[in-house]
Design a binder for this molecule. Sequence first.
Ligand code: ATP
Length: 249
Amino acid sequence: MTSTRSNPLLRIDGLSSGYGRIGVLHDVSVAVHPNEIVVILGPNGAGKTTLLNSISGVARASAGTITFDGEDITGARPESVVRKGLAHCPEGRQIFQRLSVEENLVAAHIGRGTKSFEALREDAFTLFPILKERRNSSASRMSGGQQQMLAIARALMAEPKLLMLDEPSLGLAPKIVHQIFRIILDLSQTGIAILLVEQNVQLALECGDHAYLLNTGRVKLAGNAQEIASHSALGDLYLGHVTEDSLHV
Ligand code: ATP
């Protein structure tokens, strides 16, 4: 990090967290600066979802601090975190299957920022024209890609400064995955910072600015996305035989 970079929008320092007595993350430090796309990589069970859950207040921190937009949000409740402008689009989408597209958007609108519901809905429809076409369809009748678009649109109803996306490409056809990544880049262009958990390592590193590799609840590699992409330990980490010696960017 150079001294010319702005202050981080999100700063996580020495975070340890988990569920009840189960410790999952250990001494994790991550920073997301305004306008950045930061990618969190790691094999199954590494703690990626737990990191996002800890930031959004779903998993409890036992040590360390989480600062967002200059405010300490460690231990804050999920509804208070989203009201501060930090939206979470969770793994598995978690949209209301029996509600229509429009009703899902209404339910996600919290009136946090300056825009009206109608203006935010129009923004979402501009970003995802298919949602406008299907605004009265129930979510359960839509394809996986359309449901993912609805999940992102729901998160955007909170007018976030930072959007956390947990595996948005999961289970989607390659063409739709590319569409979703295009949208992520477009969102970033509008000034929303992105914290992206992704299993599609190549695409994520192509679109990200910085990346962190987690394994067994610890940060094993951190750096510029291009450096991480070319790091020899990347493949090893996914195959599970990384050594501490090989982990230097
Ligand atoms: P994946 O790519 O498989 O989603 P991940 O890197 O997101 O993995 P997490 O889902 O954060 O990993 O899980 C990290 C560890 O925490 C795993 O050992 C998992 O079993 C455990 N864990 C996850 N959720 C809970 C929970 N609600 N209660 C207890 N343990 C949990």
